[in-house]
Design a protein around this ligand. Structure first.
Ligand code: ADP
Ligand code: MG
Length: 687
């Protein structure tokens, strides 16, 4: 019934073609938005065309000629509208000759150039064209017309005609799911009017605003999508906060002992966040909290303290990281601290053969650190009370709940070392409560960052030599362990040899992911104990490593690294009171994006700005692409363009859910939310 097949002018054959564009139902068609608009209200006479502008003309064909020049086939057409002459050219599409021979009049749209032969007059290269047909001309001319993305087997006119039927015959059947009061509050137009106007805009709309997606109708559609997203998140949050959970009762004895054993005191920001966590853990509800904070702000130690609170009460805690390296780093960082307190900790990852599953199941291991390996079926806990997930944006909602399911309503803490702009955090992590460590431990000085190329190596070596002579240490990071011919990349293994030759007087170490955890730990310990001056490494040192005496970070092939990775690596230096340096050694050819990334590194030092730049450079799709499934996609709204709508939609959604958690008074909205979230997550708890 709602199938697109039954729309006027479609039928079985075309339905198949439309399906390729993702249009299966009437609703799909309504939400298949034009990719752009053309202003055909007043077609410009040829005589008045403007060079360099995209213009649309309606004209008679005077001549069509196929010219062959070597391998090039140029179809040349001359057109006239009585005011002037326009030449149009299409390259290597000889079949167009036949197509055009049957026509008398065309609508052409393209960028106006000077006639290449005469140097005056007008010309368009590869313009869009449409034939003029009797009968439905009012759909295609004398108005602002939509231009749709097409696929093989359907023309722009056919598509527009179908969309015209969709809108004119079926817009009346659209029911608005948005609560009246929200439309009023945000001054949004009704859905019917909205969908009619985005396809066939009324006279009064401005074509430029339409093309910039800035009309009230487009704003309404973007708002809708963000609102459905946020409503889902609000429901999840509400369900979570209603979920009874463990009320931890410990006094924090272990935590206190750890605090006393540390060589530093927590920063005010750490204390504040720790307090928020403890109060969540003591409440009889399940905690779902995100800790956000820049590299090196000290999230791990706060997380560890939360784990100790759980352990003190006889529970186990699990810490999950997205990669083996990260998991190992966490393990290395905390295992001594934990064992000094008389507790047992285990590492579960693919790189570790020994899996003390029985000890975990019997509850004899207190803290388990690992990768996805933690999610495997044979990993069973005795009494899992706290789940900590690091680098959240690489895990999906599903994986988070899979780990949670290993316990009896354990508390959940999520950490991210990749700070993202706050409005985005509200979208991405909108189902979590939110804590932020917005302060670095004292005594950190800003790192001097420089981009260098091959010809500046002498300067680089001088810096390295000076720093080591002062007693400082150096990291040199390579993108790969071993070189290969075709990659043409400098590798860590080659790098180590080269540095040994260059600096025979210094001690050079090598660290990479193929070493066993114990070997890595030995090398890190040697570096920490200043038995190594130059540590050549791969990105294994990206996170978690902390040697305040290291003052130089050299990143070889910096052009190959992503921004957040570069930022993480730079975060390894600048941890002591001495001036530190980050040298980005870049090799040509540099892509434009690589250039922008390096520039951003020099210009910005804090993680929030870096993340914002990352988002701008890569665009929202890529930026969020690393996230595994779990959240619905935004198809219409654009997180950058529509950022201003996010807090509004979030506020509207959460106050609505507060008033009516199950949307009992809004059945249409409820089914829209469910449809938007599909089976991503169970939104409405039944029974
Ligand atoms: P993050 O995980 O947030 O990037 P870490 O937890 O690895 O940061 O902490 C970075 C380093 O700072 C670690 O060596 C940690 O021991 C140290 N550190 C943490 N908190 C403090 C503090 N309050 N004062 C001094 N050093 C701290
Ligand atoms: Mg960390």
């Amino acid at each position: 019934m709602n199938s697109i097949q039954y729309i006027k002018g479609v039928g079985k054959e075309r339905a198949r073609i439309l399906q390729k564009l993702g249009i299966k139902t009437l609703k799909d068609a309504f939400y298949y938005l034009p990719k752009r608009y053309e202003d055909r209200r007043f077609l410009r006479p040829i005589a008045q065309l403007r060079y360099g502008k995209t213009e649309t003309v309606k004209a008679r064909i005077v001549s069509v000629e196929l010219i062959e020049k070597k391998s090039l086939k140029i179809l040349e057409m001359t057109l006239s509208d009585g005011t002037g002459v326009l030449r149009a050219k299409w390259f290597n599409q000889p079949y167009l000759k036949k197509v055009f021979q049957q026509a008398e009049e065309l609508i052409l749209s393209g960028i106006v150039k000077r006639n290449s032969f005469w140097g005056i007059g007008f010309e368009m290269e590869n313009p869009d064209y449409e034939f003029i047909e009797e009968g439905d001309e009012f759909i295609h001319t004398s108005r602002i017309v939509p231009v749709y993305g097409l696929t093989k087997g359907i023309t722009q006119r056919q598509m527009r005609r179908i969309m015209f039927s969709v809108v004119s015959d079926h817009a009346d059947s659209i029911e608005d799911f948005m609560p009246e009061e929200i439309l009023k509050e945000f001054d949004l137009p009704p859905l019917r009017e909205t969908l009619s106007n985005v396809h066939f805009p009324s006279e009064s709309l401005d074509p430029d605003s339409l093309n910039d997606f800035k009309t009230i109708y487009q704003r309404r559609l973007a708002f809708d999508e963000i609102f459905l997203f946020q409503t889902g998140l609000s429901i999840i949050r509400k369900n979570n906060s209603f979920t009874r959970g463990i009320a931890f009762k410990g006094e924090g004895r272990l935590l206190q002992r750890l605090k006393e054993s540390l060589p530093f005191t927590l920063t005010a920001a750490q204390e504040k966040v720790l307090k928020e966590i403890i109060s969540d853990m003591k409440a009889p509800y399940q905690m779902n909290r995100l800790i956000q904070g820049d590299v090196g702000c000290g999230k791990t130690i706060v997380a560890l303290m939360a784990m100790l609170l759980a352990v003190e009460d006889g529970y186990q805690a699990a810490l999950m990281a997205p990669t083996e390296i990260l998991a190992e780093q966490h393990y290395i960082n905390i295992h001594r601290l934990v064992e000094n307190l008389g507790l047992k900790i285990a590492l579960l990852s693919r790189g570790v053969d020994e899996r003390p599953l029985e000890l975990i199941e019997r509850g004899e291991i207190h803290i388990v650190v690992g990768t996805h390996a933690l999610l495997e079926e044979d990993v069973r806990f005795n009494k899992l009370g706290l789940v900590i997930i690091d680098e959240q944006h690489r895990f999906g909602v599903m994986q988070r709940s899979a780990l949670r399911a290993k316990g009896e309503k354990p508390d959940v803490l999520v950490m991210t070392a990749t700070p993202i702009p706050r409005t985005l955090a509200l979208t991405l992590y909108g189902d979590l409560d939110y804590s932020i460590i917005d302060e670095l431990p004292p005594g950190r000085s800003p790192v001097i960052t420089k981009v260098m190329n091959q010809s500046q190596k002498a300067e680089l070596y001088r810096l390295i030599r000076e720093e080591i002579r002062k007693g400082r240490q150096v990291y040199v990071v390579y993108p790969v362990i071993e070189g290969s011919e075709e990659l043409n990349l400098r590798s860590a293994i080659q790098g180590k040899e080269a540095f040994e030759k260059l600096f025979p007087e210094f001690r050079v170490g090598l660290l990479h992911g193929r070493l066993k955890p114990s070997e890595k730990e030995d090398i890190m310990a040697a570096f920490k104990a200043q038995k190594i001056d130059i540590l050549v490494s791969t990105t294994v040192i990206e996170v978690g490593i902390d040697v305040p005496n290291a003052t130089v970070m050299v990143i070889v092939h910096a052009e190959r690294f992503g921004l957040s990775q570069l930022h993480q690596l730079r975060g390894r230096v600048g941890r002591g009171s001495d001036q530190s340096y980050c040298i980005l050694l870049a090799y040509e050819p540099l892509s434009e994006e690589a250039r922008q990334r390096l520039h951003a590194m020099v210009r910005y030092s804090d993680g929030f700005s870096i993340a914002e730049q990352d988002l701008i450079i890569r665009g929202p799709g890529e930026f969020f692409g690393t996230r595994q499934s779990g959240m619905p996609d935004l198809k219409i709204a654009n997180i950058l363009r529509d950022a201003g709508l996010i807090p509004l939609a979030r506020e509207a959604a959460s106050s609505l859910i507060k008033r009516d958690p199950e949307l009992k008074r809004y059945p249409l909205l409820k089914s829209s939310v469910e449809e938007f979230w599909q089976d991503k997550i169970e939104l409405f708890v039944t029974g």
